[in-house]
Design a protein around this ligand. Structure first.
Ligand SMILES: [Zn+2]
Length: 290
């Protein structure tokens, strides 16, 4: 079990977030649908691509994230088992291709895509298809079929434009990759700001978390553990940077294994791209993603 988690973490560290990455997104993932409530489901797979949350209403379906483009047909096949309602809205928690790759095909079927303004600008910059029709700066409420769906941007974390999707009546939050069941890719993250952004998420009144990758979980303990991990990660990297240690060497030297009791993925080696990113941001707060 631990080994499996560690492998998943390595996969996530090595592969998440790379829109152009060829290893994932070449073949459709094997999907299964987990029922959370009568009208709420998670279309799940083995860690990559990201989870898709499905909210079914009598006025249409709302999806949170839509995996890679190549997973579109498989998502539609899973939806068909649940409902005949059309997909009206797709909310992307962030721009990464394993969460937003299905946008163009769903837009062609009449869906409206909602993202943060930052995510839309990023997709425009990298010419990623399926840009949002609707964007938010800080918050947005969507009312459909008697459901209330709230979106919040609490700050930067896994990317510049992360948002969470909160279902107040269900007391559930879909978080994208600012919270996964393991550890998220850090190559375009803002690790220094990540714990404060998580604090914002925890201000919401929820008891169930639908993470960007991995299994649905209850409570806020794992989020507090992630805050501690990212604080430690940032402190260790910046201390080494101040000592003049190279980023390659820093990635080897930082030791986060004391978090492995709470977060098994913390046993895995550190992705040097996360260290590069912290060095880059220290030199220039607006450093572009490499
Ligand atoms: Zn991501």
């Amino acid at each position: 079990m631990n080994r499996r988690v560690a492998v998943a973490a390595l996969v996530s560290i090595a592969m998440l977030g790379a829109y152009v990455n060829a290893q994932f997104g070449d073949k459709p993932a094997t999907l299964d649908t987990i029922k959370i409530k009568d009208d709420l489901f998670v279309i799940h797979n083995d860690f990559v691509p990201g989870n898709t949350t499905v909210l079914v209403t009598n006025e249409g379906v709302v999806l949170v994230d839509d995996k890679f483009e190549i997973d579109h047909e498989s998502i539609m096949a899973q939806l068909k088992k649940i409902t005949n309602q059309p997909v009206k809205y797709v909310i992307n928690t962030h721009y990464h291709g394993d969460h937003s790759g299905g946008n163009p095909k769903l837009q062609a079927l009449g869906a409206q895509v909602i993202t943060s303004q930052q995510a839309r600008e990023k997709m425009a910059e990298i010419k990623q298809p399926g840009m949002a029709n609707v964007t938010l700066d800080n918050s947005l409420r969507l009312f459909i079929g008697g459901k209330r769906i709230e979106m919040y941007r609490f700050g930067r974390a896994h990317t510049d434009g992360d948002i969470v999707v909160f279902l107040p009546r269900e007391r559930m939050v879909a978080t994208g990759d600012m919270i996964t069941s393991a550890l998220s890719y850090t190559g375009d993250a803002f690790v220094e700001e990540w714990p404060a952004t998580l604090e914002g998420v925890m201000s919401l009144d929820f008891d169930t978390v639908l993470p960007g990758h991995g299994n649905v979980f209850k409570g806020k303990d794992h989020i507090r553990n992630l805050q501690a991990y990212w604080r430690d990660y940032y402190q260790q990297v910046t201390a080494l940077q101040k000592q003049g240690v190279s980023p390659e060497e820093a990635a080897k030297r930082i030791d986060l294994t004391k978090h492995a009791g709470a977060i098994p993925a913390a046993k895995a080696p550190i992705d040097p791209r996360g260290v590069d990113r912290i060095y880059d941001l220290a030199a220039n707060p607006n450093a572009p993603v490499r």
